[in-house]
Write a protein that binds this ligand. Structure first.
Ligand code: GLA
Length: 431
């Protein structure tokens, strides 16, 4: 067990060998809109809507079926599609999705059952991975319900990674263990993405909670392995347009997979426009593949930022004040110093939701931001950057895993430095 831990944490011999997921996945997942009430007609209609609404052309290519697609029990030891709701079978559905120029994703679980009670894949990793490969599956979301506590999570997720590696089909491997076993420490060697938190809900408080629980994790992500802040709620619940803009832009900046979770047959055009915000999607899909994080906060004002290929910065200015209160609009600033840009550097600033150039600035940028809303800008130094001094989170100590794998409590750090990140003040302070 400890040897496995060491190998995983060294990132040496063991790795996922699928060469997919170099950028965060863009697509659709059935769960947030439909829960367990899914069938092949819904999936087919969604495929057609992804095309008709221009979402496929905007880059959303994965169409992922979540929980409740299978028969309640295995047949001859294999998973098969639910005969009542997927009568044509999953292979036929995958073929249909492929015929539409989309990729097909499926869901299973690293325990005995899925969270909705359908058969899980624990102990059946090889046969299930081969079944999915035979069906033409391109994406696997792998959940964490119904596993005995004695079974260590890493082993269960590694078992499916190895089974996927054994098939000759590249399958994007999406880990969904809800951030319970510090997945950022080991998942980069195991999968293409890992959920950072418990499930999202279509409320502002849920979005803020996920944002806060995911803060500080940017340094663990990179091309081919990204933190997953959970599927999008844009177009769901009672979220205002400002809240939907904030949710989408922050998920994009954090390099989370962007998986649409609304019913595309009825989505409001304003929510659709947010999902299709081309220049915000471009932040998410930037070649550099470095995740964004919180770089400054004071009161209800926050600044999140990420570096972009070529020396630019993507910046999200977030106003947490309560809408309708006295402080509906705040002026929020970001300085070049906070962004790792030399002071005095002329840089072009562009508003990415408005797709409008805002001019050239030399030391800082300030914008009015409405309560529960964001301004999203790209800041590009004219003439590029000679040396990019980004990545303020490098100063933070990486804490060891809080797992039964480690007798000492971690590979680095001590009990006392668990209490705080030593570099934290320099990450947040205005100088
Ligand atoms: C868990 C996952 C969700 C969804 C459901 C399905 O709660 O975290 O994203 O897949 O299971 O049952």
């Amino acid at each position: 067990m400890r040897l496995l831990t060491i190998l995983l944490l060294c990132g040496a011999a063991l790795a996922l060998e699928n060469a997919v997921g170099r950028k965060p996945a863009l697509g659709y997942n059935t769960w947030n809109a439909f829960g367990i009430s899914i069938d092949e007609d819904i999936v087919k209609a969604t495929a057609q809507r992804m095309i008709d609404l221009g979402l496929r052309d905007a880059g959303y290519v994965y169409l992922n079926v979540d929980d409740a697609w299978s028969e309640p029990v295995r047949v001859d030891g294999k998973l098969i599609g639910n005969r009542a709701t997927f009568p044509s079978g999953i292979k036929a559905l995958a073929d249909y999705v492929h015929s539409k120029g989309l990729k097909f994703g499926i869901y299973s679980d690293a325990g005995s059952h899925t969270c909705a009670g359908f058969p899980g894949s624990r102990g059946y990793e090889a046969v299930d991975a081969q079944t999915w490969a035979d069906w033409g599956v391109d994406y696997l979301k792998y959940d964490n319900c119904f596993a005995p506590a004695s079974d260590w999570i890493v082993d269960r997720y590694v078992a499916m990674r190895d089974a996927l590696n054994e098939t000759d089909r590249p399958v994007l491997y999406s880990l969904c263990e809800w951030g319970v076993a510090d997945p950022w420490l080991w998942a980069p060697e195991v999968g293409n993405s890992w959920r950072t938190t418990e499930d999202i809900e279509p409320t502002w408080s849920s979005i803020l909670k996920i944002l806060d629980y995911s803060t500080g994790l940017a340094r663990f992500a990179g091309p081919g392995h990204f933190g997953d802040l959970d599927m999008l709620e844009v177009g769901n619940g009672e979220l205002t347009l400002g809240e939907q803009r904030a949710h989408f832009a922050l998920w994009a900046l954090f390099k989370s997979p962007l998986l649409i979770g609304a019913d595309l047959r009825t989505i409001h055009p304003d929510s659709l426009a947010i999902l299709k915000a081309r220049e915000v999607i471009a932040i998410n899909q930037d070649e550099l593949g470095v995740a964004g994080d919180l770089i400054w906060q004071q009161g209800a004002s926050r600044v999140y930022a990420a570096p972009l290929a070529g020396g630019g910065r993507a910046v999200v200015l977030l106003n947490l004040h309560t809408p309708g209160g006295q402080y509906v609009v705040s002026n929020i600033s970001v300085s070049w110093e906070e962004l790792g840009l030399p002071a005095g550097t002329p840089a072009a600033v562009r508003d990415l939701y408005a797709t409008a150039d805002l001019g050239t600035f030399t030391d800082s940028f300030t914008a009015e931001v409405t309560a529960h809303d964001v301004r999203v800008v790209r800041i590009v130094p004219l003439g590029g950057l000679k040396h990019d001094s980004w990545r303020p989170w490098f100063s933070q100590t990486i804490r060891g895993p809080t797992s039964p794998m480690s007798d000492s409590g971690g590979t680095s750090g001590t009990a006392s430095d668990r209490k705080m990140f030593p570099g934290q003040h320099s990450m947040f302070a205005r100088t």
